[in-house]
Design a protein around this ligand. Structure first.
Ligand SMILES: Nc1ncnc2c1ncn2[C@@H]1O[C@H](COP(=O)(O)OP(=O)(O)O)[C@@H](O)[C@H]1O
Ligand SMILES: [Mg+2]
Length: 307
């Protein structure tokens, strides 16, 4: 399958001298939902701004359906819809006028049937004559998506579509995105929520400090991320892990007063129940326990360190 977007050796240094992107290589497949996952400041908005032609690359090449985004800007840009991180619309325009106007910006002839379909798909049809200012936050976000789809793009970028959005609204947004994919649109979304990437994406790219540190199918990546750690504080002190417990690969703390156990939250069984009973059988008494899930930060560290 040939990629619909291909980014090669892309770097970006801002005027301030700050290097926000360092040698990014990335291919997006037609029809997929790709999540660019990374903490704040990782370079997500910079990357998509460059692909969308809002910011200039310092080095490297980007092609959108074969069109170079610099030398063939108009053709490349017309294939793309962008829902930016910051929502801005003319509050006193109607939904219909706002969305129709956006289409005009791309030099496309009027197509009321298309605007109607977009508004219906996004459950905004009954609001078409409302002024934007009268809409709820979730509706405003959907108007932004409608604007981005007004010129019939094949690719939609959503920059942090659910940042600061409540759980209910987030789920609604996910449904909208899935429906768009089903209609044939390729979707690239950025997020700093692991949960969102996990829920939505076919593939995930992890970006940190301007570098893509991993690109993987969602299923594979989630197996890596799904690990948790159980720490057991012991009543006594151990010199070594009892041989009977070897199968658990426990790690003994340097003071001998705690053991940690790594387990997979996505696995069929965690092994915790049998671990606890085997510990008791081995005469090891526990005074306290505590579990922790790898944070995004830990995951980055472990991914960067991985050979
Ligand atoms: N116009 C700019 N000039 C200088 N530095 C910038 C500019 N825009 C973003 N940056 C810096 O580039 C880095 C990446 O920013 P951004 O792409 O917005 O990250 P993200 O979207 O992942 O949160 C940040 O350190 C940010 O401060
Ligand atoms: Mg951003």
């Amino acid at each position: 399958m040939s990629p619909i977007i291909s980014v090669s050796n892309l770097s970006k240094t801002y005027g301030s001298g700050f290097k926000a992107l360092n040698n990014i290589n990335l291919e997006i497949n037609k029809g997929e939902i790709f999540a660019l996952l990374g903490p704040n400041g990782a370079g997500k908005t910079t990357l998509i701004s460059i692909i969308c032609g809002i910011a200039n690359p310092s080095q490297g090449k980007i092609a959108v359906a074969g069109h170079d985004i610099v030398s063939d800007y108009r053709a490349a840009r017309s294939m793309i819809g962008l829902v930016p991180q910051e929502l801005h619309t003319d509050a006193f325009e109607s939904v219909w006028a706002t969305v129709s106007f956006s289409r005009g910006l791309f030099g496309k002839p009027k197509n009321p049937a298309h605007i109607e379909k977009v508004l219906k798909d996004l459950s905004l049809w009954d609001k078409k004559d409302n002024k934007i200012v009268t809409l709820s936050g979730g509706m405003k976000r959907r108007v932004m998506i409608a604007k981005a789809l007004s010129h019939e793009p094949q690719i939609l970028f959503l920059d942090e579509p659910t940042a600061g959005v409540d759980v209910e609204l987030r789920k609604g947004m996910w449904e909208v995105v899935r429906a768009l994919q089903a209609s044939g649109v390729t979707i690239i979304l950025t997020t700093h929520y692991i949960e969102e990437a996990e829920e939505m994406a076919d593939r995930i790219g992890v970006i940190n400090k301007g570098e893509i540190i991993l690109i993987e199918n969602k299923t594979t990546l989630m197996q890596k991320l799904g690990r948790k750690q159980l720490t057991l504080q012991l009543q006594g002190r151990l010199d070594c892990v009892p041989p009977a417990l070897a199968a658990y690969n426990l790690e003994l703390s340097s003071d001998g007063r705690a053991v940690t156990y790594d387990y997979d939250t996505k696995g069929e069984r965690t092994g915790i129940t049998s671990l606890l009973s085997d510990l008791r059988n081995a005469g090891v008494r526990i005074s306290d326990l505590d579990t922790r899930q790898s944070s995004l930060e830990d995951i980055f560290v472990s991914l960067v360190r991985a050979p």
